[in-house]
Design a protein around this ligand. Structure first.
Ligand code: IVH
Length: 671
């Protein structure tokens, strides 16, 4: 039966109401945010095209949110609104145009900040004292959560400095990744339900009836706006100034803020934050731009449920809900067996996901993932997509618990797990086709020998046809052998041979990394290359020599010994050398710069002339180790423009901060 628009509209209202209930009241959403947004957008589209259908109970007429009846109600002095979203650059351009047209200005100054993924909260301070805290609720009436809010250490009970008589601060309560992880570990140990994400965990923690429970959950807070205010003359001229006043009053504000003139700078902020998103200690789902000057904000005003002067520029979502069709195991380069969930295809951040890792047997049993389950999958940045959790409410009766196979699906050798190890391994070694394949792919990888064009499909055929068995065989490949492969033309074949030949020039560090020794990653390979200078010296190294290499401890020594103890590995190395692959690492002593030798340096912000990779390379050549996070072990910070939280942390730890010019000067200093 054909569905009428009116039926579809009614269905959408019902669906959205159900999801609102699950999200706001149960802190346990049934669908991903992006899927919810899609339903909502469909509803708005219908309302735009068929305004006569609009009903009073449409979610577009409510601000969203929910109150349950456990906490006493608080009527907000002015409604707590939401923000309109821009999901694409076009939508952002349209927003900027609307603002410019409305204000008759060529360029607008925006206050840019993060969009914290938590829950909105209102804090009322009377004569400097925190007297009431409320959730957003439905935007008009929220829940009184004062006792719980008072357990958040960052939220002052008393404002400092110049504060007005009565001020309602608005901001976001959220949970850091670290605290979220701890909370879920505790929930697991207690046999309680785990939270799907930090936002649900924060919401659940704030709605505790016993404040002692909230206090143990370690919530965080950032202020971003204002509600009631008296005297109103206290208000500064712009949002940016308000934030500085918040700071002076002892209210936490995020250091990641920028006043940007015009779209170009706004987009610069967006891209910079997007890059750093993974390193932030908490979740954000985008950034927010607000017209900075209040008189301009007032001119633009509001549309029903959101301000016209602000917009949330959202990142593509990182999570989605889907079904597990099958669970299979994959065999890695070192024989490691990784269970993988085959998924009903689902869009995550613009990519269709069909697989997600389940890591290992312990993880899969802990998360209790079974075939047929509805799961939350996550794909964040460069990280391999993973199954985050199962929605057990949706489990089909009789779904079987996962069982690790006892034999390798590729070579049928036994799968074993050494005592104390979490990873099960195929015992087939290079006899196993999967391990052979992975070790050759690793050898050819862009960051290893960098053989362009040697993809999985080609290597699979080369192994199947018994043309190659190990990496050294690559260098003995000829045109005629390659031409026997499917879909291999002369051009492709000669390009590949060319790429294989060029790879002979790879550095010693790349070659050591390419061997695929367990625990020897890129950094260790660089250190080993620098220390030993040649392959000969490396393969003859004694334990005590290896231990002199930076960051090499007994585990790595053991692994190198194990690798070199297997005759077939040494044979491959010797064959490689016989093919003319014998890089010598240049003597390093004349490059090392005393100021940086053996020092740990953290890069942050945008440098005026050097790219991140260039700066990293220079630092490493000078003998420094480049690290991603600031700690007490950091020796220097090399900071550029828009350096954020790392710089602040470094300042608080008293770490020396250098800028690019000073850095380049230091590099010129003799040893
Ligand atoms: S300003 C008038 N600034 O996003 C709207 N909101 O969809 C006032 N949020 O309910 C909101 N970070 O919970 C603002 N820097 C930020 C924000 C932010 C997160 C949340 C907030 C609000 C929702 C709007």
């Amino acid at each position: 039966m054909a569905q009428t628009i009116a039926q579809l509209y009614a269905w959408l209202i019902e669906q959205i109401a159900e999801h609102d209930r699950a999200y706001y009241l149960e802190d346990s959403p049934l669908i991903a945010d992006a899927q919810y947004d899609a339903l909502y957008k469909e509803l708005l589209d219908i309302e735009r095209q068929h305004p006569h259908l609009i009903t009073a109970d449409s979610p577009s007429k409510k601000v969203g949110g929910y109150s349950n009846e456990v906490f006493s109600p608080v009527k907000h002095g002015s409604p707590m609104l939401s923000l309109n979203n821009a999901l694409t650059e076009e939508e952002l351009i349209a927003f900027d145009k609307r603002c410019r047209d409305g204000l008759e200005l060529d360029e607008i100054e925006y206050a840019c900040e993060l969009k914290y993924d938590g829950l909105a909260i209102s804090l009322l301070y009377e004569n400097g004292l925190l007297t009431r805290a409320a959730t957003r609720g439905d935007g008009t009436v929220g829940e009184n959560v004062t006792d719980n809010i008072k357990t958040i250490k960052q939220i002052p009970h008393q404002l400092t400095g110049n504060h007005p008589d009565r001020i309602e601060i608005r901001g976001e309560v959220f949970m850091t990744h670290e605290n979220f992880k701890k909370l879920n570990e505790d929930q697991r140990n207690l046999g309680d339900k785990e939270f799907a994400n930090p936002r649900n965990a924060a919401a659940g923690s704030l709605r505790q009836l016993d404040s002692k429970v909230t206090s143990m959950r370690s919530l965080s807070f950032y202020a971003y706006g204002i509600g009631e205010l008296s005297p109103s003359q206290w208000l500064p001229n712009s949002h940016a100034e308000l934030m500085s006043r918040f700071d002076a009053m002892g209210l936490p504000i995020s250091p990641d803020r920028l006043v940007a003139k015009g779209l170009k700078h706004v987009l610069g902020f967006f891209n910079q934050i997007k890059e750093r998103r993974e390193q932030l200690p908490f979740d954000i789902d985008g950034v927010v731009y607000k017209v900075n000057a209040y008189y301009l904000q007032n001119q633009l005003g509001y549309v029903s449920r959101a301000p016209r002067f602000a917009i949330a520029h959202k990142f593509p979502p990182e999570e989605a809900y889907t079904k597990v069709i099958a669970i299979e195991v994959q065999v890695g380069r070192t024989g490691a067996i990784t269970p993988v969930a085959r998924l009903e295809p689902v869009q995550v951040g613009g990519v269709v996901l069909t697989n997600a890792t389940l890591h290992n047997e312990d993880e899969i049993l802990r998360k209790d993932v079974r075939v047929g389950d509805t799961v939350i999958v996550r794909r964040a940045g460069d990280v391999i997509p993973e199954v985050v959790m199962v929605l057990k409410e949706h489990r089909i009766k009789g779904a079987a618990i996962f069982q690790m196979p006892t034999h390798c699906p590729i070579c049928q050798s036994a799968i074993e797990k050494s005592t104390g190890e979490v990873i099960a391994r195929c015992t087939g070694g290079l006899f196993c086709g999967a391990q052979k394949l992975q070790s050759i792919l690793h050898f050819a990888h862009r960051r290893a020998m960098n053989i362009d064009g040697l993809g999985e499909k080609i290597v699979v055929q080369l192994i199947q046809e018994n043309i190659i068995r190990n990496p050294a065989d690559l260098y003995r490949l000829g045109l005629s052998a390659l031409l026997t492969l499917n879909r291999m033309g002369e051009k492709l074949a000669s390009n590949l041979l060319q790429a294989i030949d060029s790879s002979k020039q790879a550095s010693l560090a790349r070659l050591i990394f390419a061997l695929g020794i367990r625990h020897v990653g890129e950094t260790t390979a660089k250190d080993l290359a620098k220390y030993f200078g040649s392959m000969d010296k490396f393969i003859q190294a004694k334990d005590e020599d290896l231990l002199k290499v930076r960051d090499v401890g007994p585990v790595i020594v053991e692994s190198i010994k194990h690798f070199l103890g297997q005759s077939h590995n040494v044979e491959v190395i010797e064959q490689l050398m016989a093919c003319g692959i014998n890089p010598i690492e240049k003597a390093t002593s004349d490059q090392v710069v005393a100021d940086f030798f053996n020092k740990t340096v953290v890069l942050t912000g945008t440098l005026p002339t050097l790219s991140r990779d260039e700066a990293k390379e220079l630092l490493e050549l000078a003998g420094a180790k480049v690290s991603g996070s600031v700690s007490s072990k950091t020796d220097f910070i090399l900071a550029g423009d828009q350096a954020g939280s790392k710089l602040e942390k470094a300042q608080s730890l008293g770490i020396r901060i250098i800028e690019e010019t000073e850095f380049l000067e230091m590099l010129k200093q003799p040893n």
